[in-house]
Write a protein that binds this ligand. Sequence first.
Ligand code: PAF
Length: 280
Amino acid sequence: MIAPIVRTLADLRVQTAIWRNAGETIGVVPTMGALHQGHLSLARAAREKCDRVIVTIFVNPKQFNDPDDLKNYPRTEDEDARKLESIGVDLIYVPEPEQIYPDGFATTVSVAGLTDMLCGESRPGHFDGVATVVSKLFLQTSADFAFFGEKDYQQLQIVRRMAADLDIPIAVIGCPTIREEDGLAMSSRNLLLSDRSRVYAPVLAEVMEDMRQKLADGAAMAEIAPEAEARILAAGFNTIDYLELRSGRDLSLLDKAEPDARLFAAAWLAGVRLIDNIAV
Ligand code: PAF
């Protein structure tokens, strides 16, 4: 059965109050829709852990820097609802924009430090938009657990920091990146790739995997990054926003592998920005 779709905060609260009064735990999976296997794996993780599961679908205007990017973002609500059917989620929350940003809305949640580097550098304000909407979704759903993909590792760390700093009583759970058979990390943005670009897109993950092996063998980023970047560009990517080794805990920059190190990349392929990260 397709889960009920709720569009207002008032209706959402009627339902969550019933669940809370019955002593049931609630898990939330925040998404912007265009659901793929990565999202479905989060919904499954929530299904396993929680009595009740809410998937939210909201294309958050505050986290887009480019109006065209917001306009072109895939919107596939009916298909999304059907995809969630087999998992048995309890409710899909698709708030109208004014349910999240009512008239006069004036608050921004900004997480210092973690937001300055990686995607934060080329997308100013993006993570303020993410932290603001996610804090609202946490409070609106009153969920006990929230599920995020490690694909957006920086986002995951920012959301964890935000929830801890604001004392929101929710456990933020990171789930592994789900990949296509050829290694491309699943992303709603992959839908925007042309057939031709889709062929070259997995090169990013391929190069990162080679780098991971070299880093694990003791190589330094300074030695291996230039050749890796050249390979990515030779495959047809237009620009590389970053290709960096960082601590998975505080995202500080590293030159050599150490416990918790992760390799992060973002690159543009024919107008589509792809990101990926792997543990080293
Ligand atoms: O990862 C996403 O899809 C979005 O950034 C999120 C967490 C749903 C907030 O809009």
